[in-house]
Unconditional design. Structure first.
Length: 441
């Protein structure tokens, strides 16, 4: 009976004592016997410990066999239009299944001639971990993707309508309008205005984020002047006072209290080295001008400790500290500042959190109004909340904060221009519904 062989190359060896060609197939599919056969070759290194080196040669030959069988598998068709190799480009996460299958190869023959070793391995076509099981899973995934495309087109139209309706009801305004004034410099470093530089770099972290709009410094100072508020007064306002402004959501001010490297010479002679301890401290004050409260008023600090065995003096250390290079991670000063500014950025984002809402729920898929423009990324985890009534101060009757009850987490698996989609990461404590809040915080 005819056998069908699938191979990626054939080497024909002509035997001197016969009148036919014997073809060595490095890897092929024997559909009739229900197996994939592959061979791998390697040279055995020459050394006294022959047993160990044969084992190393065997390992190399096995890897060669796995490489050969992978080449064959990638050329097998999932359906008439797509091979496994093409399928994996569309669904790279399925490489895990393919690798698991290939790594289950069994050695069925081994031969050693001189310093060369040859292995023959086999893989089952049928079974729990098999080629047919792979093809079955991949076909189901392809079918699901086609269904998803139809479903996605339908949902796109529904969500466009929903988004337009929400815009009409709630208005198109979103995000926060903030003031970030240049930080003061109260450190010993006076060569440049380190306070202004830090606040400038911090502002850059938000420049492409539509959820945060910052007033220019001059515009901000003019606005505060109209409200009868000076820069100095902002520092004087106590925790018990309130600063409420209708047009602005928050104000961020600060001062650099430390920007200094500490250098120690440790050890002696050829084993001596310099220890560089770069320290930065910034005192930050953040107002929420909607409720008037000071949400943060404290020092954030960062330090980078490095040892260098090539440097011999403090003058040498200056070359890698580079105090005047604020925005380059290449130098110790820039690296320390970058970490501190990341802390400040996360602080601002947590106090003025990115918030969106659920547009639609389709089975276990949750569609939300946040997109890549909002910084949403594939694989990102978001929290879903039910929003309740305001907590009220029983004495003053003042609204303190809305009650938020966490329902569950979702993991973003699709990001589109109008919306993103997430899948439930855990059992939800309540039913997710359109209008529920979503946030990374």
């Amino acid at each position: 009976m005819k056998k069908i062989f699938l191979c990626f190359y054939v080497i024909c060896v002509f035997w001197m004592r016969t009148d036919f060609a014997y073809c060595i197939l490095p890897a092929y599919v024997d559909w009739e016997r229900g197996i994939i056969i592959s061979t791998g070759k390697a040279e055995i290194p020459q050394d006294k410990n022959k047993k160990l080196l044969i084992e190393l040669g065997r390992e190399s030959a096995f890897k060669d066999s796995l490489k050969n069988v992978r080449e064959v598998i990638l050329r097998i068709n999932v359906d008439k239009d797509i091979t496994i190799g093409e399928f994996l480009k569309e669904f790279p996460e399925s490489n895990t299944e393919v690798n698991k299958y290939i790594n289950s190869s069994k050695i069925i023959n081994e031969s050693i001639e001189g310093n060369k070793i040859k292995l023959t391995t086999s893989l089952p076509i049928d079974g729990e971990v098999s080629l047919n099981e792979l093809l079955k899973n991949f076909k189901a995934k392809l079918k699901g993707e086609k269904i998803h495309i139809k479903e996605s087109n339908q949902i796109d139209e529904e969500l466009k309508t929903e988004i337009e309706k929400n815009k009409a009801q709630k208005g198109s305004k979103r995000g926060y309008k903030l003031i970030l004034l240049p930080f003061f410099n109260e450190s010993d470093y006076v060569k440049k205005d380190i306070g202004a530089e830090i606040s400038k770099i911090l502002l850059k972290r938000f420049e492409n984020d539509r959820n945060y709009t910052f007033l220019e410094s001059e515009e901000a100072l003019e606005y505060l002047k109209e409200k009868g508020i000076s820069y100095e007064k902002l520092f004087e306002i106590s925790m018990t006072e309130r600063l409420i402004l209708d047009e602005i959501d928050g104000i961020i001010i600060g001062s650099v209290t430390k920007y200094k490297p500490y250098i120690k010479k440790l050890g002696v002679g050829s084993v001596g080295y310099l220890e560089i301890d770069m320290q930065v401290e910034v005192k930050i004050k953040i107002f929420n001008t909607k409720d008037g409260k000071i949400r943060f008023w404290d020092v954030i600090e960062e330090r980078v400790l490095e040892k260098d065995f090539k440097l011999r003096s403090a003058d040498d250390a200056d070359n890698i500290i580079q105090l005047d290079n604020f925005d380059s991670d290449k130098w110790i000063a820039g690296k320390t500042l970058s970490k501190l500014i990341s802390k400040a950025e996360n602080l601002v984002r947590s106090l003025f959190p990115l918030e969106g809402y659920v547009l639609k729920v389709w089975e276990n898929r949750i569609y939300i109004n946040l997109t890549s423009i909002d910084g949403i990324k594939l694989g990102q985890i978001l929290n879903v909340y039910k929003i309740g009534d305001y907590l009220k101060d029983p004495i003053t009757g003042e609204n303190i904060e809305r009650i938020k009850e966490k329902v569950c987490k979702i993991k973003i698996d699709e990001v589109k221009p109008l919306y993103s989609r997430g899948l439930q990461e855990e059992t939800c404590s309540d039913i997710i519904q359109p209008g529920d809040m979503v946030s990374p915080w």
